[in-house]
Design a protein around this ligand. Structure first.
Ligand code: KIV
Length: 263
């Protein structure tokens, strides 16, 4: 299958480039991937796993071996939702390293990969790997490259830089670009200028699509609560209530009853 067909397959048709037409959520394991399969367009097996699954302070500690295992798990559970794998920090420092990493994700079942920034190293990596799997870029707040999580592109100079980075990623061959934590007006401008879809997270309503971290959306991760996160469920309260009921029933002797025991 050539590159153009692969990208078309991943994106499931150019008509889906309409505003608001792409939805992504991060996903890290088999059970969530299976339970939520077919609802959104893509799962992103993000390096945010380092924070929300492993409790690391940032996304810089997770390595390729660990993420490949998560990608395998998600791909086993996802029969309809396409899977994008995040290239962890340093896994695309050289074209050879990038090719090895993307090949590992491809073997694990991923349909595409994502990487951060638009440095010459990153752009070289995009060109080296785009023939293996479609590549998604990521500009604005790029946690692999920054130490402080704050809105990017507020002044004219940095806004122009982010626009140019997004264009450079498009020209290098990316099929989409994540815009993280930038003013809505800048995201709108980038979305108007680019041919490829933009995926916003903290980038306002004018992007082609949106992505959120699953555990934020479900109210399961509370260590960071950025303004752009909308919590759609109180997963923590839901889980605690179920566990408390289990503990109460164990204490009172009502669990296990006959229906949960073998004769
Ligand atoms: O790793 C991740 O979760 C991400 C999203 C925030 C886009 O890169």
């Amino acid at each position: 299958m050539n590159q153009i067909n692969k990208v078309a397959d991943v994106l499931a048709g150019a008509d889906r480039f309409d505003h608001g037409s792409l939805s992504l959520v991060t996903c890290y394991d088999y059970s969530f991937a299976k339970a939520l399969d077919g609802i959104c367009d893509y799962y992103l097996v993000g390096d945010s796993a380092g924070m929300v699954v492993y409790g690391d302070a940032d996304t810089k500690s997770i390595n390729l071996t660990t993420l490949v295992r998560h990608v395998q798990a998600v791909c086993r559970g996802a029969k309809q939702t396409k899977v994008i794998a995040d290239l962890p920090i340093h896994s695309y420092d050289t074209p050879d390293a990038a090719v090895l990493a993307v090949t590992a994700f491809q073997k694990a079942g991923a349909h595409g990969v994502k990487l951060e920034g638009a440095s010459p190293t990153t752009l070289t990596a995009v060109k080296a790997i785009k023939h293996i799997l479609p590549v998604m870029g990521h500009v604005g707040l790029t946690p692999q490259l920054l130490d402080e999580y704050k809105v990017q592109g507020r002044d004219e100079q940095s806004a122009q830089r982010i626009l140019e980075e997004a264009m450079a990623l498009q020209n290098a061959g990316c099929f989409a670009v994540v815009l993280e934590c930038i003013p809505a007006s800048l995201a709108q401008k980038i979305t108007q200028v680019l041919r490829i879809p933009t995926i916003g997270i903290g980038a306002g309503p004018h992007c082609t699509g949106q992505v959120l971290v699953l555990y934020d959306l479900l109210g399961l991760y509370g260590d960071l609560q950025p303004k752009f996160v909308k919590q759609y469920a109180d997963g923590k309260a839901f889980g605690r209530k179920a566990l408390e009921e289990f503990v109460d029933e164990v204490k009172s002797g009502t669990f296990p009853d006959e229906s949960h025991s073998f004769k």
